[in-house]
Design a protein around this ligand. Structure first.
Ligand SMILES: [Zn+2]
Length: 219
């Protein structure tokens, strides 16, 4: 808006009526200007909202893409592990040659000796790890056996698979009993208790500890 339009010309001698008229006009003009500014501001605000929504959508898309590709990578690594663990004999023995080193990752053929290390955790649990394929056996915990579409999920999202749990328990017991000359390594043994505020009772920490580390392994 140009400068001269902003002010209504003030006559040399002004009557009261003229003054009222001029002031009213000035007011109207100021109001009009304020409205225009307001509109302009709203336009910018909408524009900036639109661009931040677009940014956000782009970010969400990128996150979703990252998540999917990570999931894919994990699934592939998991499948590779499952395969290696299945084909490994977990035994000592076998001859590695320049042409064939498979026994180093697939296990040897010693009937009585397993290539495993047994390690006693701080809470007394024994974990067993194959030195050939890195598979780790540990006491299974129930919360890891809630399944949906064949995948382990959070307990509230899945159904407890009792058969799978029993099988894991059997596998674990077998592994603990694998004969081996390797001596067991250990941690300092501790008993710990946790005070439960809700019940006012002491909870044995060994089980809690087992649950907390159930997703790790001895790689
Ligand atoms: Zn193995």
């Amino acid at each position: 808006m140009s400068e001269e339009k902003k002010h209504v010309e003030k006559p040399a001698v002004e009557t009261a009526d003229e003054k009222i008229k001029r002031l009213t006009l000035e007011n109207l003009q100021a109001e009009k200007e304020a409205k225009a500014l307001e509109l302009e501001e709203r336009k910018y605000h909408i524009q900036s909202l639109k661009s931040s929504i677009a940014d956000r959508q782009l970010q969400d898309k990128q996150l979703e893409y990252d998540r999917q590709s990570k999931q894919k990578t994990f699934a592939q690594a998991d499948a590779t592990d499952q395969f290696n663990w299945k084909v490994c004999t977990h035994r000592k023995g076998g001859m590695a040659s320049a042409r064939d080193i498979r026994c180093l990752t697939r296990g040897g053929n010693d009937a009585g000796q397993y290539a495993v290390i047994k390690h006693q955790m701080i809470n007394g649990d024994i974990w067993v790890r194959c030195q050939r394929c890195s598979r780790t056996w540990m006491p299974p915990v129930e919360k890891n056996f809630y399944m949906r579409n064949g995948v382990s999920v959070a307990p509230q999202d899945g159904v407890f698979d009792a058969d799978l749990f029993k099988r894991a328990q059997r596998d674990y017991e077998e592994a603990v009993n694998f004969p081996t000359r390797n001596s067991m390594s250990g941690s300092v043994q501790c008993r710990f208790f946790k005070y439960d505020r809700e019940t006012g009772k002491q909870i044995d920490g060994a089980e809690q500890y087992r649950e907390n580390i159930a997703s790790s392994n001895l790689r």
